[in-house]
Design a protein around this ligand. Structure first.
Ligand code: GLP
Length: 254
């Protein structure tokens, strides 16, 4: 593993699987440390293709090494608006499919934004989501992917540094990238509920994953560009405990 000198700590790994093992080991160690202190371990979780293998590795640790998630509380970053939770493109479905249905997490400890509300009910939900994270003492660890617009969660270009959980309109690049999974861009929900930039930056530890050459340009902008609301991932430069885990292709423009 190679370290690159930059504004954000970077680990360039030989391949995605090496990065997956490293990050899953860190998460498992944190869960066990909190267990030994009899405390909840509060994890911020991400969807998208990048973290899938992390979840597979955590499930393997649960099955083969007895890693327990009984003390784990999770807050997912985001959810599309208007998709029922059993829709196979919803992030509720994604998380159950890849992680929650395979481990011993307590259902009441799973938190995912509700994309089925509107108006004042949605506003109240977003406020309660933020408050619940605070009530647990904040996120111990936040896992992130990065969209090609530089979004983290669904904080698209234009998101402010002090944004919190709210409904957002998705960028056309994001809609296009999601198109194939929805059998056509016209089927992709155009709005979502996402934790804000401020919600993410409050985490004590942040690890962002990026694999493949398609992410090389935006990863470089996130790490080496000026901090700007046009590339929300640049806000991570202002966080003091963030690590980008990149394969060689994602790191190729650094
Ligand atoms: C979606 C998610 C993001 C994720 C991004 C990148 O937009 N809301 O949280 O980081 O996709 O996805 P992938 O990992 O598939 O490239």
């Amino acid at each position: 593993m190679e370290s690159v000198e930059s504004k954000i700590a970077v680990a360039v790994v030989a391949d995605a699987q090496t990065g997956v093992v490293k990050v899953a080991d860190e998460i498992a160690a944190l869960i066990q440390e909190k267990q030994s202190q009899n405390k909840p371990c509060v994890l911020g979780l991400a969807t998208g293709s990048s973290p899938i293998k992390i979840y597979q590795e955590l499930v393997r640790k649960h099955r083969e090494e007895g890693l327990s998630f009984e003390n784990v509380v999770t807050f997912n970053l985001d959810e599309y608006c208007g998709l029922e939770t059993d829709n196979d493109q919803s992030y509720h479905y994604f998380m159950n499919h890849h992680l929650f249905s395979h481990i011993d997490i307590k259902p009441e400890n799973v938190n995912i934004p509700n994309g089925l509300l509107s108006g004042s009910a949605l506003e109240a939900h977003c406020e309660a989501y933020e408050q619940k994270i605070k009530d647990f003492g904040g996120l111990d660890f936040q896992l992130l992917g990065i969209g090609r617009t530089g979004h983290i969660g669904f904080n698209e270009p234009g998101s402010s540094v002090d944004s919190v959980t709210r409904m957002v309109t998705l960028n056309q690049v994001t809609l296009n990238d999601a198109g194939p999974a929805f059998n056509g861009v016209e089927n992709v929900p155009t709005t979502a509920v996402t934790m804000g930039v401020a919600s993410v930056l409050q985490a004590k530890r942040i690890v962002l994953l990026a694999w493949g050459v398609a992410k090389a340009s935006i990863v470089n902008q996130a790490i080496n560009g000026e901090i700007t609301n046009q590339v929300p991932a640049t806000y991570l430069q202002a966080h003091n405990n963030t690590l980008f885990v990149l394969d060689k292709e994602a790191a190729s423009e650094l």
